[in-house]
Design a protein. Sequence first.
Length: 454
Amino acid sequence: MKVFNNIVETIGNTPLVRLNKIGKGILKAEILLKVEYFNPGNSIKDRIGISMVEEAEKRGELKPGGTIIECTSGNTGMGLALAAAVRGYKCIFTTTDKQSKEKVDILRALGAEVIVCPTNVGHDDPRNYHQVAERLLHEIPGAVFVNQYENLSNRDAHYKTTGPEIWEQTDGKVTHYVTTIGTGGTVTGTSMYLKEKNPAIRTLGVDAYGSILKKYKETGAIDMTEAYPYLIEGIGQDIVPGNFDFKYIDFVEQVSDKDAALMCRRLAREEGIFVGFSGGAVVQGLLQMKDQFKEGDVVVVILHDHGSRYIAKIFNDDWMRDRGFLKDEPITAKAIVDRKQIKELVSASPVDTVADAFRKMKELALTQLPVIEGGKDVGSITENMILHLLMENPYYRDTKLAEVMGKPFPYVGLNHTAAEISKLISKENSAVLVKTNMGETTIITEFDLIEAMA
Ligand SMILES: Cc1ncc(COP(=O)(O)O)c(C=O)c1O
């Protein structure tokens, strides 16, 4: 029987998968993605979870029934929670309110206590998630603060597992190693091993705009003017953690939140590889560094975690649109209808009078109404038309719409773009109609169009 004794034994030996479409015509090298979401906790951090627990046990700090405390954006917590479940420890995690809710819920599902702290407070602020973890350590007897930032078992785990796996899986042919950098464990530990095997291997790190790491690599100085809030989770720093050793990193590239988020979506749709924010960041960084690779190079790229933890963020159109990340995409009739709070069509009948129609418009703060008869769009009436009619003759107020209404509003399809719709909207025609996927008719007014584009 081929059986694992427990779930932590299944950690590692993740596959290398070729990048097929995204680099085509841009990257001459062979690009191999090491897909770390195949780990049981769906991220590379499973490797360091068990490694840090075992080291704490060996040092005699973690005893049966003990408590593991950690500052974690979720993935390390997951790795620790799996190890704690198997070995019988309690977990308390501090994290920041920047992290996705899914990650926090998953940790709680695994029995951990999670304390969410504010993101934008200084490192020495008592509310900072490191400071909260430190405080708990002193308050809880038998607690161990594993501290993935300073604990060198973090990078050791990569030295012992990630590095050897890459070397063996590529038959020693790897020429470049590319990864995002957060605590520095993945980049430093793996690079130490690979450079020992072949010092010519180049290690390229991917950082976020808003992090100090690139400047630190290039100048040796911590420049806090480089630090500002960004959205990519798990990468970049405003400190230099102990797990870094910059002599094992040859170059650092920075990427933007928007480019990283859009690349996650491309990886899912074009390659079927469903990764989290830092996975999009690393592939975006790879494309930005294209001139560093030549034909024949074998480039191994780490994808840290799975996209399911970011469903409410980078894979949610509203979240992306709210941050201006979808601005380059043409806005379609479908997107405009999806945004509308009231989708139900308000209409008039040809037997309604001008006064009836105006009353309805006033009540519902509308500036136009389609005139519908037997489910068919037969005409339209607008505020502007009513004004002109009443100016001509106040008795028009009692006239039936059938006698005075304008042309029916034209229909558009759900895929019509805002540019196409705006061509149909004019002084005489202030709206268009559209049939939703449910077969219902709804209206797109000039106001809806402006709202979608503003
Ligand atoms: C999703 C994700 N990507 C990248 C990283 C960076 O890895 P490392 O901390 O080993 O530098 C982390 C670390 O928390 C992470 O959670």
